[in-house]
Write a protein that binds this ligand. Structure first.
Ligand SMILES: *[C@@H]1O[C@H](CO)[C@@H](O)[C@H](O)[C@H]1NC(C)=O
Ligand SMILES: *[C@@H]1O[C@H](CO)[C@@H](O)[C@H](O)[C@H]1NC(C)=O
Ligand SMILES: *[C@@H]1O[C@H](CO)[C@@H](O)[C@H](O)[C@H]1NC(C)=O
Ligand SMILES: *[C@@H]1O[C@H](CO)[C@@H](O)[C@H](O)[C@H]1NC(C)=O
Ligand SMILES: *[C@@H]1O[C@H](CO)[C@@H](O)[C@H](O)[C@H]1NC(C)=O
Ligand SMILES: *[C@@H]1O[C@H](CO)[C@@H](O)[C@H](O)[C@H]1NC(C)=O
Ligand SMILES: *[C@@H]1O[C@H](CO)[C@@H](O)[C@H](O)[C@H]1NC(C)=O
Ligand SMILES: *[C@@H]1O[C@H](CO)[C@@H](O)[C@H](O)[C@H]1NC(C)=O
Length: 625
């Protein structure tokens, strides 16, 4: 009986002591954890985690990016981006008020009421350096998805990192003796047919979003990621996992900013739109949407800027020339985030890609819809942004000579809620294989969110498994290519029908394809990969290494001389597509071939035909979008 109380008898004094020590230790750990996890208005954040959406890791792409909490600098010595505000003097701007004030519902009403007001034109503020990168941000402890659909592919979320790394954000220091890249004067011979005109949009569509970077996300301070022209904070190379220069903690959703900054140094820019072969719209729809994506009752806010922008576009003489068919823009999220086909406040995303105007444009996203013709996938941004050819060559040769002790590896989390997901099977196989290394992204302490751990694992692996997650694609694919690790795909939607401009047509040259149906039939991944001969592996790796420059975005502050990066290849693809459209329009064709494919867009874009194909079943499942 006396054993039922711990403090009951002298005999237990020793155990009582041990118990007390244990409790104190536990409280101390708790304190360490929460003291770093709690800040300001994110207090309630950890509470939300207890909700329905605790299944952590629906974040296939985000894993490696969003959760880099590099800085925990508690000095408020930096400039506060909210204080940088120079357009308060002239008149009412609902968006600005929205950003400054906290009352979303009231301001939303104002916005909707003012919809009829004429657009206030801002001066384009060139080369504005926003200083808001010094803000400290505690880890995201909140994630939620609001969608009526269970199988919400677009359940973007910001993963929770409980791990603190106390490094300040490093802004690029001006390199002494290295001048910033000058805009070159277009060479009329080389630029024939390649001129691009960039709209000067009202600032609220781009620069204002960066200026108010604190408000881009409810719980992540995006300011660190918008620093360095969208490349993010410099990654310190303490463990020699990267090169000493040109590696950044890049957030995958900053493609709009990176692309825009690359565009500013494009070699064939023109200020005369009538000379242009294509017209670039430097809107940041992903950043715009990110502000409201997780909020309820904000359907109108999610659509507000987008609707307004297309209205603005349609009034331009440039639009009228080809009904916008020569316009293109970047929407740096997956296609599904821009295809909300309902008018339900609770539903995910906005309608950007469903509008008649954007249907005439070429919209570049990080994952396209296989069933639509207006969006094209271009690579996710990764961590390496070289400013010279030499940096690329150095990295390539380093990855070529890398020792790779693991046959295959996987970084990610299961999808227990998705019945079709093969991730659980893959993870089980990996766990039971001596040749596989698994980095499981579970809630709590793990290394998934630290680029140095993930990149090191990929650098030590011959093959990297890239199964679909909530959506077809993952940023991880590009991280693994960057590490010289041969990607293994299980669905052609994960890469082959996506990055058609950037990846070789013959996918067996650089990747392994194991249909997910085979995995469900319990095919052994280890045996399949072991059957590939050493020579084949080396040839494939060489292809992967050759791919590197094509899938990375060079530093907008530098310039690659002989190599083409993902931006260059994208621009070529866009120009070619618009050329074809222009030709058909000049011929007076009623129905453009680019529109005809419809739901077979994936096939048409890849093979140029919509005949029956062995991959049809991958894209035949019930359409829920
Ligand atoms: C989870 O969702 C269900 C249905 O949407 C709801 O009934 C339940 O209360 C939720 N649970 C929590 C913990 O939020
Ligand atoms: C803050 O901004 C002001 C001008 O806006 C500038 O003079 C000052 O150097 C900045 N301070 C820091 C710490 O960036
Ligand atoms: C914008 O951010 C500031 C600082 O975090 C906050 O005070 C303000 O309420 C935010 N505005 C909105 C609309 O979220
Ligand atoms: C890279 O940086 C590390 C530490 O800062 C230094 O030891 C090393 O020599 C540098 N490597 C090169 C190639 O500069
Ligand atoms: C733009 O180019 C067109 C066609 O070459 C030319 O007629 C026009 O004068 C140019 N406009 C300007 C402002 O240079
Ligand atoms: C889209 O382009 C077609 C011609 O290809 C044109 O008839 C239509 O009006 C355009 N739509 C918009 C919204 O401009
Ligand atoms: C694929 O590789 C083979 C040899 O391995 C080569 O002959 C072929 O041209 C490559 N195909 C492409 C599309 O790169
Ligand atoms: C694709 O590449 C593989 C391996 O390099 C090769 O065996 C195959 O013949 C190629 N297919 C085509 C159509 O070129």
């Amino acid at each position: 009986m006396e054993r039922t109380t711990v403090v009951g008898s002298c005999r237990h004094h020793f155990w009582y002591f041990i118990f007390t020590i244990f409790v104190l230790w536990f409280l101390y750990l708790n304190y360490l954890f929460y003291s770093s996890a709690i800040t300001g208005k994110n207090h309630e954040a950890s509470g939300l985690l207890a909700g329905n959406d605790t299944a952590f890791g629906d974040d296939n792409q985000e894993l490696l990016s969003d959760s880099i909490h590099l800085e925990e600098n508690s000095n408020e010595d930096g400039n506060n981006s909210e204080n940088v505000d120079d357009d308060s003097e002239d008149g009412f701007n609902p968006i600005d008020s929205f950003l400054k004030l906290g009352n979303w519902v009231q301001i939303a009403d104002e916005i909707l009421a003012s919809e009829k007001k004429p657009e206030r034109q801002h001066n384009i503020n060139r080369a504005r350096k926003h200083p808001g990168t010094r803000h400290e941000e505690k880890p995201d402890s909140r994630r939620s998805r609001y969608s009526v659909r269970n199988r919400d592919k677009s359940g973007r979320s910001f993963p929770v990192s409980t791990r603190q790394t106390r490094k300040p954000v490093i802004e690029r220091k001006p390199v002494i003796g290295k001048k910033p890249v000058e805009v070159v004067k277009p060479d009329p011979v080389n630029c024939k047919g390649k001129y691009i005109y960039v709209y000067r949009l009202p600032m609220r569509y781009n620069d204002d979003l960066i200026r108010h970077c604190r408000n881009l996300s409810e719980w992540t301070n995006m300011c660190k990621f918008t620093s360095n022209m969208g490349l993010g904070p410099i990654l310190e190379n303490n463990d020699n996992v990267y090169l000493n220069t040109s590696w950044f903690a890049t957030n995958q959703f900053l493609l709009e900013v990176i692309f825009h900054n690359r565009m500013k140094q494009y070699k064939c820019l023109t200020t005369n739109s009538s000379l242009a072969s294509a017209i670039f719209v430097p809107f940041y729809p992903g950043l715009d949407l990110n502000r409201y994506l997780w909020s309820r009752s904000t359907m109108k806010l999610k659509d507000y800027d987008t609707f307004d922008l297309v209205k603005w576009l349609k009034k331009r003489p440039e639009w009228k020339k080809m009904s916008g068919r020569d316009h293109f823009m970047v929407a740096g999220r997956i296609s599904w985030d821009f295809r909300r086909d309902s008018n339900n406040d609770f539903d995910w995303g906005n309608k950007l890609l469903l509008l008649p105007e954007t249907n005439n444009m070429t919209v570049l996203v990080i994952e396209s819809s296989p069933w639509h013709t207006n969006d094209f996938a271009i690579p996710y941004p990764t961590y390496f942004h070289p400013s010279t050819d030499e940096e690329v060559f150095e990295w390539q040769s380093r990855m070529r000579n890398q020792k790779r002790p693991f046959l295959f590896s996987f970084v990610g989390a299961g999808r227990p809620n998705l019945p079709d997901s093969i991730r659980t099977e893959l993870m089980d196989q990996c766990r039971s294989s001596k040749k596989c290394r698994l980095m499981e992204c579970v809630k709590g302490f793990n290394n998934c969110y630290r680029p140095e751990y993930v990149m090191r694992l990929f650098q030590n692996s011959v093959f990297c498994l890239q199964p679909a997650g909530d959506s077809f694609t993952r940023r991880s694919t590009f991280d693994s290519i960057l590490a010289g690790c041969i990607p293994v795909f299980f669905n052609p939607g994960s890469a082959y029908v996506q990055y058609i401009w950037h990846l070789p047509k013959n996918y067996s040259n650089y990747s392994v394809f194991i249909p997910d149906t085979d995995v469900k039939d319990k095919i052994s991944i280890e045996k399949t990969l072991e059957m590939i001969t050493k020579e084949q592996v080396e040839a494939m790796r060489e292809e992967v290494i050759k791919l590197m420059p094509k899938v990375i975005y060079a530093d907008p502050n530098g310039r690659l001389e002989t190599l083409e990066d993902a931006f260059d290849i994208t621009v070529e693809g866009v120009l070619e597509r618009i050329d074809k459209i222009r030709q058909e329009m000049n011929e007076g064709r009623k129905h453009l071939s680019t529109d005809l494919a419809g739901e077979d867009a994936w096939k048409y874009n890849l093979f140029g035909t919509i005949d029956e194909h062995e991959w049809d079943h991958f894209f035949a499942r019930p359409r829920i979008y």
